[in-house]
Write a new protein. Sequence first.
Length: 402
Amino acid sequence: MNMKGFCDGQTTKALLDAGLQPVSNRFLRARTEKEKLFPLILGQCQKSGTICLKTPFPQEELVPRYDWITYNEPEQHLDRAVELLLDLCNISESSVVGGITFKDDTTLARFAKRGCKTWRLDIRDDLGITEKGVGVESVQAKLTTDKTTKIVEKYGKAHILIVRHILEHVYDLAEFTAALKQMIVDHGYIVFEIPDCTRALENFDYTMLWEEHLYYFTPATFKTALGACDFSLLHFENYPYPLENSLVAVVRSRSHPYSEVSTEVVRQELKQGERFAEQFDEHRRLLRNFFANYRRSHGKIAFLGAGHLASTFIWLFQLQDFIEFVVDDNLHKQGLFMPGSRLPIVISKSLVENDIALCLLSLNPLNEEKIITNNQGFVAKGGRFLSIFPESKHSLRGSVLL
């Protein structure tokens, strides 16, 4: 496979230098605990228009130190997606459907209910991963072509291979996708699912940036990447969600040369990336002014949702001096401190007990109404909820005049 010219050192131009960033899953046990910071530089491939990390964090630094950290992907579309695949791929009861990570389990369960044989990699036995709490950051590194022979001997080749929400994490796309191809039958199918970054780019939503995502695909650049990996695209779906859409591509391996993407598509992608980068400093200035003025005029500020979205938002815009704490009722996080900002993580009743005036919602917008309903004591006392996400009906954008 030849991926020369796709997001390599020669074609990728620095787009946005976000400065030194913490690893957002590295919650601190003490406010004074030392932590490593790494440069986060967003780049854009001038040949394909693909946005990517120009300076990926060391892969081993992304491994969570806590085994209770989990990530949830959107799943409301899975019933529809599986029905489509059953028809598209001519699946029968003798068909074998394979999966790569825990993110594929619920899809595999749907195929099993339809009578298909299913399997999923065991990261310890098949990939030699023994550490607790590891995720796709480790799977992508360990799933290489030298391991596929034993995998195929153990499970057999799949007619369909499910690969959900891992491609955007992959450090070596050529090696990773070559391994996937060796795990399917001739003319078998691979189903990729990734997050769509289009709206984040259009709306200048900088929570898009995450050290675990090496690529920030749009429909156009996703298709370009698949072509660069020598896949033939058979079917493409874009499933809408409030935070980010899910892009699903059904592909087969191909041997004929990859055709270049049109120059107009690349031009549009480059323009969109440049706008996103150009607006960053102004967004930071306006947000810092808003937080400083609100704290001075109205009272204390807190965040709700101690995940990587909050970590990114607070640290990117250097808002920690205006914030009291971050609320999260996950018992595992109690008593810990946020990476970078070192803000304490406390339970939700702290909003009332500490006279918080404004609480910024930094969890999936799908859950915002439920959170507000569950914190009516805070609202009744005069507390205000706003969301960090541009498309939320509670978005702070109107208040900040972005």
